[in-house]
Design a protein around this ligand. Sequence first.
Ligand code: IVH
Length: 672
Amino acid sequence: MTDPAERAAELRGRINHHNHAYYVLDRPEVSDEEYDGLFRELQAIERAHPDLATPDSPTQRVGAPPSEKFEEHRHLHAMLSLDNVSGSDELRAFHDKLLRHVRLPPDTEVEYQGEPKFDGLSLSLTYADGVLEAAATRGDGEVGEDVTPNARTIRSVPLRLREEATGTIEVRGEVILDHAEFARMNELRRAAGEHEYANPRNAAAGSVRQLDSKVTASRRLTFWAWGMGETGSLRFQTQRGISEWLRSAGFRVSEHTKALHGIEACLAYADEWGARRGDLPYDIDGLVFKANVLQLQEQLGYTSRGPRWAVAYKFAAEQAQTKLLAIRWQVGRTGVVTPVAELEPVRVGGVTVSRATLHNVDDMKRKDVRVGDTVTVHRAGEVIPEIVAPVEDSGHARRSKPRAPGTCPDCKTPLVREQDEVALRCPNRTCPAQTAERIAHFVARNAMDIEGLGEKQVLRFLEEGFIEDISDIYTLKEKKEALIALEGMGEQSVENLVEAIDASKGRPLNRFLFALGIRQVGQTAAFTLAQTFASLKRVRGASYEELLDVEDIGPHTADEIVAFFQDPENIELIDSLLERGVEPQWDAPPLEESPFSGKTLVFTGKLERIGREEAEELVRRLGGKAAGSVSSNTDLVVAGPGAASKLAKAGQLGVTVISEDEFFRMLPEGTV
Ligand code: IVH
């Protein structure tokens, strides 16, 4: 007959092995029946020989008798917190500060480790000679609550380590509930008439801080290890080394932990997870970046709050609530009058927002927002913030509904609403607000690109009477003296401005056509027009039929183009521009020479050698189209660091993805 002590040890070894395979690796090796058989056999031996029951026995996970209160547990190493950053600027600032602290040059590439930041309850596990001895919450960082019986019930907490570790060590990590478990638990509570937990984090915390460990045992909690306090006799060189050791000692360590070389790689990781966090089966409330090399960690040390070598990166919430202070009616360059919400400043999507669009009158009415309402504001990525809806409150009904203006808020001309259009429009072309917007569009970077002439400057020159419309920009040269006399201008800045204005005279035809602000003519259509007609004279003279023959120009756009060039005011404007020396150029290569002819490209992520606008212009010049989003019509995606959702979409649709370098290699010789 086998010796019971030997058999018990063998069973414990086998059960622990299967526990690890099931609860840590997600790779069960035996059926539930087989596992239960081993477990019952061990229970029977331990019942018959109570002296054989060891604290690391898997039978000890079922929960101990309820206790009166939690005992105190003093951590060997304090459990500190982390500083928070949100958005790329703040993350860069953390990195810069880190370098300054150890007097490293600003361009030093620091090796970081990026990890998900689990949204749960932190726990410190103490192991003595490899056996779980205690588990404690963070508490005040020095002393926590002893929750050992509860932690024992968590299957991903090893009762005995799978690696040798003599002496005492502390393993730190987070207890969480995944989404499925959270839903199951709340359903049970609902059925039992108990209050539901608001979120998985509260549920996890509530489950760990139970005086009756049987309750904890009934909740399927998971422990994710992210670091160590006391390391006993273990010696590590890197954070990565710690993560790897924890994994082989039997802990769950996030498979999304990644070595990141340099801050740019961290930013790309942050972008990627900003877009992917919803794919995880549990909540994360951000990421953690840690300097990888422990020697550097030691050099950096700690502040009273936390380590200087790590930072918590919070994802920016994409929605926030704030008060709607007023609705302002804004006149655009084509005269369209749009409602703009003035808001009490609020952080959303990583920036402070004090204004949001309400799109148009219909949209505003549909959402039924009223001045004084608290509203939900949405801002994701680079998009313009918008109002989603008012937050219901009793005051809403008493507030008056906003009314669309009958006249232009700037020039007081009665507004019109054209057939089939949702937009209200100011029909007065000389309306000062429209003029300012028109000029600002003309000089913008993606149009005539006149540096030093931003929106503020345009408004100032209009107000001071230096210009009245677009073509007057080219007379500013004659008013140099008066410009220099303006406050804050100075001789050099006027010189630079005049030079920039002169340089814009020879901009390519497509830019000029786009700059004119013809309705329906965006950058792509402007390029196609330039490519097809090759001179301003021919574009101006193109008939409706000729325009319809141009690829991608439909009847509506053709109509707008003909109408634009027939309008006496536009004729006068263009003639006057030509007279003042503007001479749009066109020398783009013929289409058939380029590998991009007829192809639609999407640029995503950060481009390192060229600006996004420039790259898109290059594609257009080479006969291709540059689109803003990936669809089944996309031929090629050029992805730089930080590419996320568009890259994922390309993967789904099977669109070819190339790097920026590959894109450059495809360019015909002599293009750049
Ligand atoms: S490292 C010295 N890594 O976030 C503190 N913490 O806001 C080092 N947390 O107290 C912490 N996931 O409870 C670290 N991958 C991770 C984490 C993580 C979640 C929690 C932890 C910490 C809090 C700081």
